[in-house]
Design a binder for this molecule. Structure first.
Ligand SMILES: Cc1ncc(C[n+]2csc(CCOP(=O)(O)OP(=O)(O)O)c2C)c(N)n1
Ligand SMILES: [Mg+2]
Length: 358
């Protein structure tokens, strides 16, 4: 795909709901188009629900993704089930696409378990990773293993614009290139890293950094779910075929605060937020679907009804979920017996917490 210059991100859905590419030419049938819409709506509703649960004291903290639904759903949907996703902390939408139980996912934000209680290997969706950029190294290491094993899979790692200032990303890019590791580096450039704007993060466009490491980089409109899908599909196919990594920069916007602990009104202007709300990825996609006759008011309403029911179950599940047994914190650090130091720390902690059932 021609990535264009930094001011012309790759796009499929044009003004007025027209498409510059036939969806079937990028492998999407009408039912896939409807599924993408459904997943984006469920993502938004779950995101709003999680933020509300935090306000009600049911979650300790939550980082909203509102505005980034197309970037997450379009990219996760483009992968094969065997491909492994390495998320940061903001990828509830990608988790949902993968079929991760969101109650289990939200255990992390309820502070009742570290990383979520789902099995990362079963759904090939790694644990929530908060140290910025660290998951890029995990993804490359995994992809190096995939290549050595000769498996037809790739890894996709999500990270933000801010993460590109971390050494971890640069090490990951270089290793991936030198060892031809099948990785898709998916940067959601949501314009902010907490209160630091992207202009203070990097002097050069993010997507162009790939060239120096020796693999393709491209810029895509992250609020265009079909453009994101196409770019990710091509990158994943290329990675599986011969181990070529790709860096995708998806331009989008963080409509909400960095997290529920942030006061974004201190640095984001309301004009900027309003401007990006006008580029809402779900409204834009719905306009496209309705213009093609793939969805109508009734099918749109059915998705809302399904989402309302799913959110009721999500609320109930989160509110009803208990802390995990404290000793589990120590259980899987080593395979087999814990080291003597770890066993001592565990026993001390359990004594202080009032016994093994604490
Ligand atoms: C190594 C490290 N440094 C600092 C932090 C604190 N921190 C958490 S998120 C964040 C900003 C990351 O911004 P970006 O990569 O753009 O991702 P976004 O939050 O916008 O999704 C920072 C500095 C951290 N978690 N880890
Ligand atoms: Mg960011």
């Amino acid at each position: 795909m021609d990535a264009g210059g930094p001011s012309t991100p790759g796009r499929v859905i044009e003004e007025g709901g027209r498409a510059s590419v036939e969806p079937k030419d990028i492998g999407l049938k009408d039912e896939d188009l409807r599924e993408l819409y459904r997943l984006m709506v469920l993502t938004r509703r779950a995101d709003i629900e999680a933020a509300a649960l935090q306000r009600q004291g049911q979650l300790a903290v939550y980082p909203p993704l509102i505005g980034q639904e197309a970037a997450q759903v379009g990219s996760a949907f483009a992968l094969s089930p065997e491909d492994y996703i390495f998320p940061s902390y903001r990828e509830l939408g990608a988790a949902l696409v993968r079929g991760v139980d969101l109650v289990e996912y939200l255990h992390f934000y309820r502070a009742t378990w570290h990383g979520g209680t789902y099995d990362p290997n079963e759904l090939r969706f790694g644990m929530v990773s908060v140290p910025v950029g660290s998951q890029a190294l995990h993804a490359v290491g995994y992809a190096m293993g995939v290549r050595k094993d000769g498996r037809n899979e790739c890894a996709l790692v999500y990270f933000g614009d801010g993460a590109t200032s971390e050494g971890d990303l640069h090490e990951a890019w270089n290793f991936a290139a030198v060892f031809r590791s099948p990785v898709v580096f998916f940067c959601q450039n949501n314009q902010w890293a907490i209160s630091v704007p992207v202009a203070k993060q990097t002097a050069a466009p993010i997507w162009r950094k790939a060239e120096a490491y020796g693999f393709p980089g491209l810029l895509v409109d992250g609020n265009d779910v079909l453009a994101v899908y196409r770019a990710t599909k091509e990158a994943a196919d290329r990675a599986r075929a011969d181990g070529t990594p790709t860096l995708i920069e998806a331009t989008t916007y963080r409509i909400g605060p960095h997290s529920t602990a942030d006061d974004a009104g201190r640095y984001q202007t309301s004009e900027e937020i309003e401007q990006w709300k006008g580029r809402d990825p779900i409204a834009r996609y719905r306009e496209f679907l309705e213009a093609r006759g793939v969805m109508d008011a009734e099918s749109v309403e059915r998705v809302e009804t399904e989402a309302t029911e799913a959110m009721g179950r999500l609320r109930e599940g989160v509110i009803g979920s208990d802390p995990r047994p404290a000793e589990e914190l120590f259980a899987w650090v080593f395979e087999g017996e814990p080291s003597p130091t770890l066993a001592r720390q565990r026993d001390e902690m359990l004594d202080q917490a009032g016994g093994r059932d604490a």
